[in-house]
Ligand binder design. Sequence first.
Ligand code: NDP
Length: 241
Amino acid sequence: MTESVDRQGRVALITGASRGIGAAIAETLRDSGYRVAGFARSDAAPAGVLGVACDITDPQAVDAGFATVEAELGPVEVLVANAGITRDTLLMRMSDDDWQQVVDINLTGAYRVVRRATRGMVRQRFGRIVAISSVVALLGSAGQVNYASTKAGLIGMMRSVARELGGRGVTANVVTPGFIQTEMTEVLDEATRKAYAERIPVGRMGTAADVANAVRYLVSDEAGYVTGAVVPVDGGLGMGN
Ligand code: NDP
């Protein structure tokens, strides 16, 4: 029997699926035939996506959220750790709270959902994990010491998972988006956006769909030999790093 490349109906869970990049990933996978669930602090999710209210800083909520997804859709085969926040300010002004909140959501939150998802993946001998990092993980970014640290941490996390679980059919990869048009970047003023766009070789900001298309490949059945990769979706902004 020949197996189809993207087996219809695999279960995918996306954190931070209520808007922005996470919503685009959820829609793209839904449209490719996956059964998709999304976590966010509210249960908002795109049409056709099971929205589960789950704050990923709360270990019990994560466990309960997975239990809901497993009961409604089945074991999670694809996990996209996408939820993230910024609390930007220069290092000398950064409070411990600015640091801790970003670490709790972006890094510890990702660790929690990855750890929980791998249980079922190992049992099924199939899993696809993608963490949404950022171009600043490797470039560094003034005013984002907290954020860039978490985004670099995700690379170490995914590469370690890739080594631990590669033999069990589980891949773990990282996508590093550049400057993508979402609510997270809407807060930036016009001059800053223009200055960024000038530094991007393709000459424009990215869209959430640009990121979702790369994720779609990495989570597909056909990407089984791609693991521990850091895939830039940044219009060339981070080239050479
Ligand atoms: P948005 O701010 O638009 O969306 C963030 C998502 O994360 C929302 O769905 C939000 O839902 C969810 N979220 C935040 N906190 C929690 C929490 N504690 N528990 C569960 N869900 C949470 O961000 P983007 O779409 O722009 O970014 C998505 C990812 O891509 C982030 O990791 C970001 O760092 C990364 N990225 C973004 C870039 C950009 O230019 N936009 C560039 C590079 C990387 P809710 O608030 O309802 O909980």
